[in-house]
Design a protein around this ligand. Structure first.
Ligand code: ZN
Length: 462
């Protein structure tokens, strides 16, 4: 532990200037957040003309009839326009809030609020919770119309929306309720650890975050998800037998097999698994079951189990822990830095002894450009995992010695095509746009890879 703290102290020494130099952080955050937004707009401008192509890529030509292809192009066009304008709108809003000292104003407002309730500024944790509450409500209100437009105009126009205004409103309220019920104690504990551990908070906070994530793995399926969707056990039959057989052969610790009423809100479809290492749940969207044959859904699950077999979720978790660790290791330099708060218009009295949460929030804003790079890198890792999982499904028959699974590659291709056709997913993709935004390879790329894995196999067999 001492070695860790020596290293962490070294980092602080290098960053010591943050606590004394009057750097114009606000200008820096404004410039970089605009740079990110403009770059994202540029990517949309690169991608946009591809929605005017009249023919699908050759590899997909036989699967898309002309009508469906045109529909998917129109859907893509509308989504791109929406993303372009909502991106600029959100950035403009953030930029104005930043310019007019909204964060400093919210901190003062939170202070007044708790004073009314009989608590003074010495109750920093309480004031921090009130601060987040004010920020959260005030900054999410202006984006509600965008969300409503996305659901009731855009998705509606292309035939995906199943959300009623009632579900829309209750979803938002439930979301806010959960954010408050879980968020407030989380935040309180998070800030308490800073108070209690002082500048040796890094290992304690890491331990706390990991425990919180594990608790969420248990709470999410049992408490949170049922608030939004109905999960019912997958009925007995061909599909259930196939999946149980597959799980059994791979020794996948399948505890529950659910069908989820995803169709309540949207016709988009999917399947996923989650849970603790010894007890996993598989969830399949009712829409996927309706769209594809049981043997094709089985192939989708074979792909999902590939993620499990190669420990992809665990690897992702490890990467994200490392990421959190790096952020926490850099943070102390920004924690005791009055000039940082001053540059965001905080009054001198507050800046003199920076509240932990305020410092953390401003620090997060400063990290934005780095975070953009990190998320692009994470997408690259995720795409690599997708290739591996596809290949796993294709070669599964060798591993479990089951000849009836030899056509898993074709079945997976069929299911993927079906998913794309039904979801009207974009088929022409600009490489730069894709590298930045996509956590999955494009359909064309995946089909080509499945083909080439297969043909190299066949060559070897000859
Ligand atoms: Zn996958």
């Amino acid at each position: 532990m001492d070695f860790l703290h020596t290293q962490l102290n070294n980092i602080q020494r290098h960053l010591a200037f943050v606590a004394v130099d009057p750097i114009d952080w606000k200008f820096y955050v404004q410039s970089f957040s605009w740079a990110v937004t403009l770059f994202e707009s540029y990517l949309l401008i690169r991608q946009y003309p591809l929605y005017s192509k009249k023919e699908p890529p050759a590899a997909l030509a036989k699967h898309f009839d002309a009508g469906v292809f045109e529909k998917s192009q129109n859907y893509g066009k509308d989504k791109a326009k929406f993303a372009f304008f909502s991106g600029i709108f959100k950035q403009l809003l953030d930029s104005l809030l930043l310019h007019y000292g909204f964060y400093a104003w919210s901190w003062t407002a939170a202070g007044k609020l708790i004073t009314k309730a009989g608590y003074g500024p010495e109750y920093e944790i309480l004031q921090s919770i009130a601060f987040v509450f004010i920020l959260f409500i005030l900054s999410s209100l202006p984006t509600l119309p965008l969300q409503a437009y996305g659901t009731f105009v855009l998705e509606e126009k292309h035939g995906f929306n199943k959300t009623t205004p009632r579900i829309f409103v209750t979803d938002i309220l439930k979301g806010w309720g959960i954010a408050f019920v879980l968020g407030a104690p989380f935040l309180a504990a998070f800030l308490y650890i800073f108070q209690w551990a002082g500048d040796r908070f890094v290992p304690w906070l890491m331990a706390f975050m990991i425990s919180f994530q594990l608790i969420m793995v248990i709470l999410y399926p049992t408490v949170i998800q049922p608030l939004f969707n109905k999960l019912s056990p997958l009925p007995e039959g061909d599909l259930r037998n196939r999946i149980e057989n597959l799980a059994g052969k791979l020794k996948f610790p399948l505890k529950h097999l659910y069908e989820i009423d995803g169709s309540k809100r949207s016709s988009h479809s999917n399947a996923y698994f989650f849970g603790l290492p010894w007890s996993k749940h598989i969830v399949i969207f009712d829409t996927l079951i309706q769209q594809s044959k049981p043997e094709e859904v089985e192939a989708v699950l074979a792909h999902e189990l590939g993620h499990w077999y190669y420990l992809h979720p665990t690897k992702m978790l490890a990467i994200s822990q490392f990421h959190i660790f790096t952020i926490l290791a850099l943070f102390p330099a920004f924690l005791h830095a009055p000039p940082l708060l001053r540059s965001f218009d905080f009054p001198k009295a507050v800046a003199a002894k920076p509240p932990t949460l305020v410092a953390f929030l401003l620090f997060q804003m400063i990290l934005t450009p780095i975070e953009t790079v990190v998320s692009t890198a994470m997408n690259a890792v995720s795409r690599k995992f997708e290739w591996e999982a596809d290949r796993f499904a294709l070669e599964l028959h060798e591993m479990v010695k089951e000849d009836s699974m030899k056509d898993m590659g074709e079945r997976l291709s069929k299911a993927l095509i079906q998913l794309h056709v039904k979801n009207l997913s974009t088929v022409w993709v600009d490489w730069m746009y894709s590298a930045y935004h996509h956590s999955h390879p494009t359909l064309t790329e995946r089909l080509k890879a499945l083909e080439s894995y297969k043909s190299t196999k066949e060559k070897k067999a000859l």
